[in-house]
Write a protein that binds this ligand. Structure first.
Ligand SMILES: Cc1ncc(COP(=O)(O)O)c(C=O)c1O
Length: 379
């Protein structure tokens, strides 16, 4: 079946007892056992439940993986992936990674013996030079948040395979509709489902999609041991969101292109970071690797003060963390999503004080542009 059909139907078979076309929300913590030593497939909701199983089947199918496991948030999913490693193992991570991943690795997981190097993964040479004998994982965000730098997934997969290293790709910014890392050689894909997969800003969630049985067994063990699996209601909400993923992504993509071009031509905007613009240094890679440039972009208005004035004046665009919902969100990475990153590192990777990030929603694009125009008058 095609991608849009799978998004609507996989895991969403009509309920066998009532015929309900939408699976019921199994809001229960435990399952009564028909007789000693027997279950009807479920025993306790931390371990598993039907809404989680349904969502996991769908997400695995959309990413082209063998198995998927869904978690309470993107960070819980990413934490589970790092727990595949053992003390003494080394990970190469994209330097402009989401601030939460930076915090998790440098302030928590490093205390358990894991070593992390932050590298410009847009360069295969730099990535290759950073590999050590104990490197067990390459963790890549492409495009990066919020600098929109790409990593060549296929080339990185070749490097990883030569050295027996696991390649993990965070596909949150693209969604499986715009980019499918497993088809390019990634071994594991992670998502913050809080973003495009859910798409409606009404639940948090994370996913780990796997290609190897041994990784899948370990991730499921971590999920049920740590109790980090996604709850029934949230699984229901994400499953509902996924049904419209294709139509939403088509509109997000079209609006993203239009807003990027509009800002690029604006006198108050110094620079726009967006893989869909020919001025982006990896525009050709984006055309090859992604089905479209997406709806995440950032732009520089020159200073913290200018950014503050802009963010205080927007009306339709909501000043908020997060991304990937139907509504346009605007944020200031240096003080919001990437505040946990030391200021010198932030600046060295291009997160300037004047950088503003936009998650372009699917409202009428003229309204988004008009709101940005009126706010830019104050910059
Ligand atoms: C690219 C990326 N990965 C992971 C996460 C973490 O996801 P969550 O907030 O669902 O824990 C985020 C959150 O913004 C993100 O932008």
């Amino acid at each position: 079946m095609g991608f849009a059909t799978d998004a609507i139907h996989v895991g969403q078979e009509p309920d066998p007892t009532t015929g309900a076309i939408v699976a019921p929300i199994y809001q229960t913590s435990t399952y009564v056992q028909p007789e000693f030593g027997k279950t009807k497939g479920y025993d306790y909701a931390r371990t598993n439940h039907p809404n989680r199983k349904a969502l996991e089947r769908c997400v695995a199918q959309l990413e082209g993986g063998k198995n998927a496991y869904v978690f309470t948030s993107g960070m819980a999913a990413i934490d589970a992936v790092f727990r595949l490693l053992r003390p003494g193992d080394h990970v190469v991570v994209s330097e402009a990674v989401y601030g939460g991943v930076y915090r998790l690795s440098t302030q928590l997981l490093n205390q358990f013996g894991l070593e992390f190097s932050f590298v410009d993964t847009s360069s295969i040479e730099l990535m290759s030079a950073a590999l050590r004998d104990n490197t067990k994982m390459i963790y890549v965000e492409t495009p990066t948040n919020p600098t929109l730098i790409l990593t060549d997934i296929a080339a990185t997969a070749r490097l990883a395979n030569e050295r027996g290293i696991t390649l993990v790709v965070d596909n949150t910014f693209m969604s499986p509709y715009l980019q499918r890392p497993i088809t390019l050689g990634a071994h594991i894909v992670v998502h913050s489902m809080t973003k495009y997969l859910n798409g409606h800003s009404d639940a948090t969630g994370g996913a780990v999609i796997l290609t190897r049985e041994e990784d899948a067994e370990k991730i499921y063990f971590i999920q049920r041991s740590a109790g980090s699996g996604l709850a029934p209601m949230d699984c229901f909400l994400v499953s509902r969101g996924i049904k419209t993923l294709v139509v939403r992504m088509l509109q997000h993509n079209a609006n993203g292109i239009a807003v990027a071009r509009h800002l690029d031509a604006h006198a108050k905007v110094r620079k726009v970071f967006y893989p869909g613009l020919p001025s982006h240094p990896q525009h050709e890679l984006a055309r090859w690797q992604q089905r479209g440039p997406g709806a995440m972009l950032s732009f520089d208005v020159g200073s913290l003060e200018a950014a503050r004035r802009l963010l205080d004046q927007v009306k339709l665009c909501s000043l908020a963390e997060s991304l990937g919902g139907v509504e346009t969100l605007i944020s200031h990475p240096a003080t919001m999503t990437h505040a946990s990153m030391p200021a010198d590192i932030r600046r060295s990777i291009g997160i300037t004080d004047g950088l503003v990030r936009l998650s372009v929603g699917i409202e009428d694009v003229e309204d988004i542009q008009a709101d940005l125009d009126q706010a830019l008058l104050y910059v």
